[in-house]
Ligand binder design. Structure first.
Ligand SMILES: [Fe+2]
Length: 191
């Protein structure tokens, strides 16, 4: 389920809005300069869908988003639980921890979730907007925006990523531990 929960940046218990309404989510994010769109879901998408097939299926959407050609590097990130892999718990923790602290990027962070889920926490002024993205959601976090990302304790998603530079994913971490005071993805969707 796509979800937006808006909280005070001083007190995560101070929740001013919690909604699963796509139109309200898009409107609240648009008010704050954040792009959020719903793209049609592919009935045919499975874990076996290749990156080329996925990019081909969404070619018209991707081309429209990249009409000015600013995104030079478009790829697909995938993570799936693999209980047969003894290394999986450590891999999951390592992947999750990477962007769990507050950071910003030099370019927009643009993601389309073709499957699975993940939560962007946008720290905008005195608010934190926890935005749980699920299959069909496209979000663009503007360059310089303070945020963090939680993929949950059992990470699972297929996401198309759009970069202007090859190293556009690199984060500039603020050193602020604000994220530890906010509900995790698991807590948000279980709430
Ligand atoms: Fe980020």
């Amino acid at each position: 389920m796509t979800l937006l929960q808006i909280m005070s940046d001083k007190d995560s218990a101070d929740v001013t809005l919690r909604t699963e309404d796509d139109a309200v989510i898009a409107a609240e994010l648009a008010k704050r300069g954040i792009t959020f769109e719903r793209w049609p879901l592919l009935e045919s998408l499975t874990g076996a869908t290749s990156t080329d097939e996925l990019l081909a299926e969404y070619a018209s959407r991707i081309d429209a988003l990249n009409a000015d050609g600013r995104y030079k590097h478009i790829d697909v990130a995938r993570i799936h639980p693999d209980e047969s892999d003894p290394e999986w718990p450590a891999k999951a923790t390592a992947a999750r921890t990477k962007f769990l602290d507050e950071h910003r990027h030099a370019e927009d962070e643009v993601r389309f979730f073709a499957a699975g889920q993940g939560c962007f926490y946008l720290h905008l002024g005195d608010e934190v907007l926890a935005t749980v993205c699920t299959a069909g959601d496209l979000v663009s976090v503007p360059a310089g925006t303070l945020h963090w990302f939680d993929m949950g304790t059992r990470p699972e998603f297929v996401a198309v990523r759009f970069f202007e530079e090859e190293d556009g994913w690199i984060g500039d971490f603020t050193g602020d531990k604000i994220s530890s005071g906010f509900p995790t993805l698991d807590e948000l969707v279980g709430a």
